[in-house]
Design a protein. Structure first.
Length: 377
């Protein structure tokens, strides 16, 4: 199958979650013998072929992602040139260039929805839209959705009611070849200040308020007398040794180095704070890479007991849960695992065993089945 995958505002190679997602999906579909053409921002580099798929770099005017819809003419030209069997587009509020061009050309399409198409309660975007009476932004988003042959999303509640019947619920994934327990490095751990007997607790992410970093920092301060526990924070701008707990800030870590960082931890924590992001009132629509990557690395995960997280991590099997925004409860859970090496190592083994069902290959298999159905139709 020839697939045109439109993600115009992403860059390849890239370090963001979006860039990693586009690369991994393209690579996984190509590995299944599909001809994949990924459309990305021209600012990513000069490479035109990568890991079995072709990259097309485009631009539009003005060159800002808010005007991404203006790339439609360029996408239409690519459709004429490549003659895809199906077109996929990574959803963005001001995108739609791929879906609309595909509809005009009579090409089946799939809209990949990673963030809400619908407005949450109290949305500033919705308020501004309402001021224009006819709600042009909502009308445009809904036009994109109506023109898509089908949609995929981690949660149906983030798409309009009228589109839920044609929406497939899928999970994203991890590169289970790159993220692997064998990437554990005692040399890296020693550089952090950890001995072979130290329990390293890892947080990885961009340190945005809704990632719950403050809850983990508060827990780390409460555990500063535990000489057997070391906290490591990957991501964010701060680097160096912590001053008020036993730990280290790594700052921004190149994505290629994250498999070694993740596997060198003994526990990974994803302490989300949903109160800091209003759109999460729609439901926990993230399909978090850090959790899949911890599984693949054989590292137990501590996170929230909410859907879909408790469908990925099973309490007492691959990890444990704590009460959201409760650093004392997080101390309890971390402390229990830190004191029981045999238990957390058994969890790590089960985590690695569970990882393949959340791999990029498994994700590509879901997409492949959906795309084949579109082609037949």
């Amino acid at each position: 199958m020839r697939v045109l995958y439109v993600a115009s505002d992403q860059t390849l190679p890239g370090e963001t979650g979006g860039s990693v997602h586009v690369h991994e999906v393209s690579q996984a579909l190509a590995a299944r013998s599909h001809e994949v053409h990924a459309v990305v921002d021209e600012r990513g580099g000069a490479t035109s072929d990568w890991d079995g798929y072709r990259i097309h770099r485009i631009s539009w005017t003005p060159h800002h992602r808010f005007f991404r819809f203006r790339a439609r003419r360029r996408i239409a030209a690519l459709i004429d040139e490549i003659r895809p069997d199906v077109l996929m587009e990574r959803y963005y509020n001001f995108g739609g260039e791929g879906i609309l061009a595909a509809a005009a050309a009579g090409v089946p399409s799939l809209l990949e929805v990673n963030s809400p198409v619908v407005d949450h309660r109290g949305s500033m975007k919705a308020a501004l839209d309402a001021l224009m009476v006819v709600r042009p932004m909502r009308r445009y988003r809904e036009r994109i959705v109506r023109n898509a042959s089908t949609l995929i999303a981690p949660l149906k509640e983030i798409v309009p009611d009228f589109a839920r019947a044609k929406t497939h619920v899928v999970t994203w994934g991890a590169n289970v070849e790159s993220f692997h327990p064998t990437r554990r490095s005692e040399a890296l751990r020693a550089n952090w200040g950890a001995s072979p007997d130290t329990c390293v607790v890892l947080f990885s992410g961009s340190h945005r308020p809704w990632h719950g970093v403050e809850t983990l920092l508060a827990a780390a301060r409460r555990m500063k007398t535990r000489q057997d526990v070391l906290f490591v924070f990957a991501g964010g701008d701060h680097t160096g040794e912590a001053t008020d707990f036993r730990g280290r800030f790594l700052g921004r870590v190149p994505y290629k180095d994250m498999p070694e960082v993740t596997a060198s931890a003994d526990i990974s924590v994803a302490p989300y704070d949903r109160s800091q992001l209003k759109s999460l009132e729609l439901g926990f629509f993230w399909s978090p890479l850090k959790i899949f990557e911890a599984l693949a690395s054989g590292v137990p995960m501590i996170t929230l007991d909410i859907p879909p997280l408790h469908d990925i991590i099973r309490a007492g099997s691959e990890g444990a849960f704590f009460r959201e925004n409760d650093p004392d409860d997080l101390v309890r859970v971390i402390g229990g695992l830190a004191s029981d090496r045999a238990r957390r190592e058994a969890m790590g083994v089960r985590a690695r065993e569970r990882a393949p069902r959340f791999s990029w290959d498994a994700h590509a298999g879901q997409i492949e089945s959906i795309l084949k159905g579109l082609k037949v139709a």
